[in-house]
Design a protein around this ligand. Structure first.
Ligand code: C2E
Ligand code: CA
Ligand code: CA
Ligand code: CA
Length: 279
């Protein structure tokens, strides 16, 4: 092939072509996955730091690909968001998480019900019928709205549309609580706390990682916890991996936490076993 200008030559670099085709393949596979229900949930316990009691679970989606095996969310959620497929996937996650949490709560009758936390993408929030979808998931699963938490990332709130606030208010009116995920990683975390009807702050793992050994990280983490207390919000520390971090967070009066130190995201069966054991 003769020179046809730099851009043109670039396009036909074999590795680019391969990754382009892989992208198309993945998209076709994802469409099929939606139809064939190839998704699964894992559940990570959320723990009361002082007592060790499990108070809730975060539902985390996985794609069980027939040839490639288990695909983590960060490898397909962005594509699902670009293509809009996150809408049916997210709806399934919501329904499944509500049903499963209601099931576990029924087995734990007489004990404090667990809350279930579900991650939500901006694309889902842009759907005008989201409040109805949430209400239907609660009703279908038999889960009281007070036991559902919807987790939103700061980045989602950054480029929010005018309709976003109204959507969140309508969801709150159902009795569902809202959490800001990855708190402290965005540029205007504090502004969101004022603007959006948030109930829970999830302290990003990057703070928790260094809380035991970097004074600035410790100061910021304690500052976030105190901010939460001042605003009557719950704080959940994410990504706790060792006893040192736990001690630091407990000393700082952080209420709740999750991380590999307690448990990784577990299959439904493993989570059932863990809940039985704690009885
Ligand atoms: P996230 O919401 O911040 O979830 C926490 C991630 O950290 C999870 O990764 C979890 O497995 C991992 N993690 C928990 N504890 C520890 C720890 O102690 N150490 C380390 N290194 N990691 C820990 P996962 O399951 O791969 O999920 C990644 C992200 O994918 C989530 O981040 C969330 O943003 C997104 N995601 C997961 N499920 C869904 C979903 O159903 N819908 C949407 N829209 N996004 C989802
Ligand atoms: Ca989350
Ligand atoms: Ca997070
Ligand atoms: Ca994250």
């Amino acid at each position: 092939a003769k020179k046809q200008g730099k851009d043109r030559v670039e396009v036909f670099r074999p590795e680019l072509q391969a990754s382009f085709q892989a992208g198309l393949r993945l998209e076709a596979d994802l469409r099929r996955a939606v139809v064939r229900h190839e998704f699964e949930l894992r559940y990570q316990p959320i723990v009361h730091l002082r007592t060790g009691e499990i108070t809730g679970l975060e539902a985390l989606v996985r794609w069980q690909h027939p040839e490639r095996g288990l695909i983590p969310p960060l490898d397909f959620i962005p594509l699902a968001e670009e293509t809009g497929m996150i809408v049916p996937i997210g709806e399934w996650v919501l329904r499944e998480a509500c049903r499963q949490a209601a099931d576990w709560n029924a087995q734990r009758a007489g004990r404090r019900p667990l809350t279930v936390s579900v991650n939500m993408s901006a694309v889902q929030l842009d759907q005008a019928d989201l409040p109805e979808v949430v209400a239907a998931a609660l009703e279908g699963g038999g889960l009281p709205a007070a036991n559902l938490v919807i987790e939103l990332t700061e980045s989602l709130l950054v480029d929010h549309r005018p309709s976003t606030l109204r959507q969140l208010e309508r969801i709150k009116e159902l009795g569902v609580r809202l959490a800001i995920d990855d708190f402290g990683t965005g540029y205007s975390s504090l502004a969101y706390l004022r603007r959006f009807p948030v109930d829970i702050i999830k302290i990003d793992k990057s703070f928790v990682d260094d809380v035991g050994d970097v004074p600035a990280a410790a100061a910021l983490t304690l500052g976030i916890i105190q901010l939460g207390q001042a605003l009557s919000l719950s704080t959940i520390a994410e990504g706790i991996e060792d006893a040192g971090q736990l001690l630091e967070l407990t000393d700082g009066n952080c209420e709740l936490g999750q991380g590999y130190y307690f448990a990784e995201p577990l299959t439904e069966q493993a989570m059932s076993d863990l809940l039985d054991r704690k009885d």
